[in-house]
Design a binder for this molecule. Structure first.
Ligand code: 3HC
Length: 312
């Protein structure tokens, strides 16, 4: 019986069908999705911290309002994604516990410091740009609740990327020499960590084969990374910044850019918890959880006092 169920499931996947929460699915498929969706949600919530750092220091009211909207969007993306993960039978408390105890991952990129205002535009341009490249294919992920969450998230991400690029364009075209230098410094610091966001090389990616077999990962890590690099080189040229990779150059034969060696030891060090800001990011999340305990308790106490809804 189990075999027949698995065969039917595989036939659905091969036919390009979507799997809904109520459908039968192999335990490993369920576990893989809880892993990826919850870590994606953690990334959105932790991702609010580096940018939140600049909301009170935005240079104008317009930039403050835009940054506020972006950080608020990311909180919402986290909630959609936790809700998608809960359709697989895990509770939000379990997901948060995995993050707070360091068992769950979140995107490496959010473990770097945001040192100047130009970091805000650079994160919008490069980090949200990379996130869009990675998230568009997930709109066709075989697990329907995840795919549906992605469609709405991708629409909002494109606003995030555009506002970042426009902010840098303003600094590069109207800014002082010091502001132009500030942009170049931010690009120098964020370029390599941004291309690491796509994950390890395909031949060092333990989850890719199975995730591609199941239609969870539609495009490989290296392919998305290459697509992002090819799209960004042109944008950098228009912006008037250089990307900090002397080996970056167009390869006519490959019809894409060759680029330098990525320092995967840095990547694994950051993923392993030893990046520049890992401890403070995780501490900020644990503090928020503990400081917010009274709100959860009050809400639960209030809910318990509500007269049981008469049976309809
Ligand atoms: N940061 C942290 N961990 C990473 C990572 C990164 N950039 N890239 C890979 N890893 C981890 C994987 O999670 C996996 O560890 P695990 O098995 O314990 O989960 C390990 O490194 C090996 O990597 P694999 O390539 O085998 O893992 P995946 O097949 O899961 O591919 C992924 C990694 C491409 C990130 C994939 O999980 C994915 O597409 N996730 C959903 C999208 C996502 O999380 N995007 C980044 C978030 S940024 C964001 O959305 C915020 C936006 O507002 C800016």
């Amino acid at each position: 019986e189990e075999m027949r169920l698995e065969e039917r499931f595989d036939a659905h996947i091969d036919a390009g069908d979507f799997i809904e929460a109520k459908d039968w699915m192999p335990d490993h498929y369920r576990k893989t999705l809880v892993r990826q969706i919850s870590q994606h949600a953690h990334s959105e919530i932790v991702g609010m911290l580096p940018e939140g750092n600049w909301i009170s220091r935005a240079p104008t009211l317009k930039r403050k309002a835009i940054l506020l909207a972006k950080v608020q969007d990311e909180g919402g993306h986290g909630l959609y994604l936790y809700a998608a993960a809960e359709t697989l039978g895990t509770s939000r408390d379990q997901l948060f516990d995995a993050l707070h105890t360091g068992r769950a991952k979140y995107s490496s990129i959010f473990n770097y410091p945001t040192l100047t205002w130009a970091d805000m535009g650079t994160i919008g341009w490069l980090v949200d740009g990379a996130a869009i490249m990675n998230q568009v294919p997930i709109c066709r992920c075989s697990y329907a609740p995840y795919a549906r969450a992605m469609i709405r998230i991708c629409r909002e991400e494109s606003f995030h990327q555009r506002q970042g690029y426009e902010s840098l364009l303003t600094m590069m075209t109207e800014g002082t020499a010091a502001q132009k230098a500030m942009v170049q410094d931010a690009v120098d610091r964020w370029w390599w960590p941004s291309i690491m966001m796509f994950g390890p090389p395909d031949d060092q990616s333990p989850n890719s084969a199975q995730s591609m077999r199941w239609g969870i990962k539609r495009v490989s890590n290296d392919e998305l990374r290459q697509k992002f690099i090819d799209a960004t080189v042109e944008q950098a040229r228009i912006l008037g910044v250089t990307l900090p990779d002397p080996d970056l150059k167009w390869n006519e034969a490959r019809q894409s850019h060759d680029f330098g060696t990525i320092d995967w030891s840095e990547f694994w060090r950051v993923v392993g918890g030893d990046g520049p800001c890992n401890r403070e990011r995780l501490q900020a999340r644990v503090d928020a959880w503990e400081d917010g305990a009274w709100v959860r308790e009050a809400a639960l106490a209030h809910a318990r006092k509500q007269p049981m809804k008469e049976a309809a």
